[in-house]
Design a protein around this ligand. Sequence first.
Ligand code: GAF
Length: 381
Amino acid sequence: MQLKEQILNTFKTTFGKDPLIVYSPGRINLIGEHTDYNGGFVLPAAIDKKMIVAIAENQSEQGKIYSVDFEEEFAFDLSSFSPKPGHWATYIMGVVAQLQQAGYQVKGFDMVFGGDIPVGAGLSSSAALECATGYALSTLFDFQIPKTSLVHYAQKAEHTFAGVMCGIMDQFASVMGKKDHAIRLDCRSLDFEYFPIALGDYQLLLIDTKVKHSLADSAYNTRRKECEAGVLAAQKVNPEIQDLRDVSLELLAQLDLDANVRLRCKYIIEENQRVIDSCIALENGDLARFGQKVYESHFGLSNEFEVSCEELDFLVDLVKDKQAILGARMMGGGFGGCTINIVHKDEVSQVKKEVSQAYEEKFGRFPEFYLVSPEEGSGTL
Ligand code: GAF
């Protein structure tokens, strides 16, 4: 059964009425990793894996929710609720809290949700749930919230309820995505441009390590603090500096910094430049150069920003000399999840076969593969 039908049927059986159905997708990121919370540049896209929300008003003072994937219900009073760390309802309640704080009167609602974004794969299933919730509530109660504001409420929900000080990229891509385009986003000004992705004979293949190491969230927040320390040091020399993109490598070399902070900052400064270079390469149809930037990005993420892991490094090392693959790197926050690979379309099956075998031999489990292409952001189904 199609996901939409499954969710619709579950809603009807659980709540006995017809719902509004909306969705928000997961995302990929072509290049520009960990640059978003540094006021830098990113190049993400929404994908055809999504979180679907069915929703209708109820006459109570509660949000009543059923998760199809977890086969579990959850209800909370709209006038009094707090985060439940590690529980899926945290993301939904986080968005409700943001809307309430912004003055929107969220009334009682029934909701069923489910999706096909693999959880923990670095494809932003949590951002998709937040965005789908915001979009669903806004549509149901006719709040008419602009899409860019929904992006902010979803990000704030992650900060305040899930406790991860994420940047804006995931929620932006989920809400604002456009078919066949990536989003070239300036995370400082939030100026963005839809950037056509025409890969010709190549396709984007994600390879899922099927691991998510437990340090992911805490290390994420630490990286953010390390970058902030770099900015503070640079501002002492030049108060005009706002973000690491305003810092040159020459200035960085002069700053008195902890060795880790220096490495993290170097990576961010160079990754911002790689996004700019990649866009030029893509505009020129120079996929080989784009691929080279993608490999360089992985090198930096692994050795300088230190957010990779054994499984991700293995997958990138494994493909890096293959003719059929122009570029590969870990994608998203890191410490597990997927690599993104630019693979010749005629070689996809062969690459899958070889990678599966080598990965299984090394780690005793098989990776998962997803062929992806840019799709539309949040919408009604
Ligand atoms: C996670 C975060 F949620 C994003 O904001 C971004 O920082 C990404 O990691 C790394 O680029 O997905």
